[in-house]
Design a binder for this molecule. Structure first.
Ligand SMILES: N[C@@H](CCC(=O)N[C@@H](CS)C(=O)NCC(=O)O)C(=O)O
Length: 208
């Protein structure tokens, strides 16, 4: 079996968590390489695009979170084999990436600017993506985003909704998902209560 090493920052959430979850759910052995902030500057130059996550397979590396999610999803039986359902799964992961990138761009802004930009996101783009994702969920049966079963798309949305609901994002009301997209919050609960997901957090703890 190929030797896998998954590298991401040492926290719960973000672009790395869906793949960590998928590998664990699938029982796929991997080295969980968690980069401490102090080491990042030195290691950044050695990644394909100067960013994490990256996945190493027998010494070869692949970057880009959704490429990694698709690959580990296939290994873990969390990616649809039907090409159309796979496209639906990809669509959702791409959408979360779009809004995640907008939010991520505010992380290191000076406080005034961060507040202004986040308030703009709360007034438009975040509710837009929440409602549109909810519509996609409903259009595909209401339980999961693709093939009516858990996939890496569900894991990626789950991680995003958990972040929004955690209150960790200053100037983004933690109840926004509940107010704007209750069915998406039901989906979040469904994924959170999946015994395979619960087993992961029982093992690794959860810090929001
Ligand atoms: N499109 C890339 C974006 C990767 C990205 O921006 N990763 C962030 C962490 S979530 C990062 O490495 N930030 C540190 C840096 O850019 O120096 C992907 O989906 O993997």
């Amino acid at each position: 079996m190929a030797k896998l090493k998954f590298t991401y920052f040492d926290f719960h959430g973000g672009r790395g968590e869906p793949a960590r979850l998928a590998l664990s759910i699938g029982g796929i052995p991997f080295e969980d390489d968690r980069v401490p902030p102090a080491e990042w500057e030195r290691r950044k130059a050695h990644t394909p695009f100067g960013a994490l996550p990256v996945l190493e397979r027998d010494g070869q590396v692949v970057a880009q979170s959704n490429a990694i999610n698709r690959y580990v999803g296939k290994l873990a039986d969390l990616y649809p084999s039907d090409p159309w359902q796979a496209a639906l799964c990809d669509e959702v992961m791409g959408a979360v990436e779009d809004i995640g990138t907008k939010i991520g761009a505010t992380f290191f802004l000076p406080e005034e600017q961060k507040k202004a930009q986040r308030e703009e996101l709360v007034a438009g783009p975040i509710p837009f993506y929440l409602t549109r994702l909810e519509q996609r969920l409903e259009a595909h049966g209401g339980r999961y985003f693709a093939a009516d079963r858990l996939s890496v798309a569900d894991l990626k949305v789950f991680v995003w909704i958990r972040h929004l609901k955690s209150g960790a994002l200053d100037h983004v009301p933690a109840d926004l998902p509940d107010r704007v997209a209750p069915k998406l919050v039901e989906h979040y609960e469904r994924v959170k209560n999946d015994p395979r997901v619960k087993a992961y957090y029982a093992k690794h703890g959860l810090s929001g």
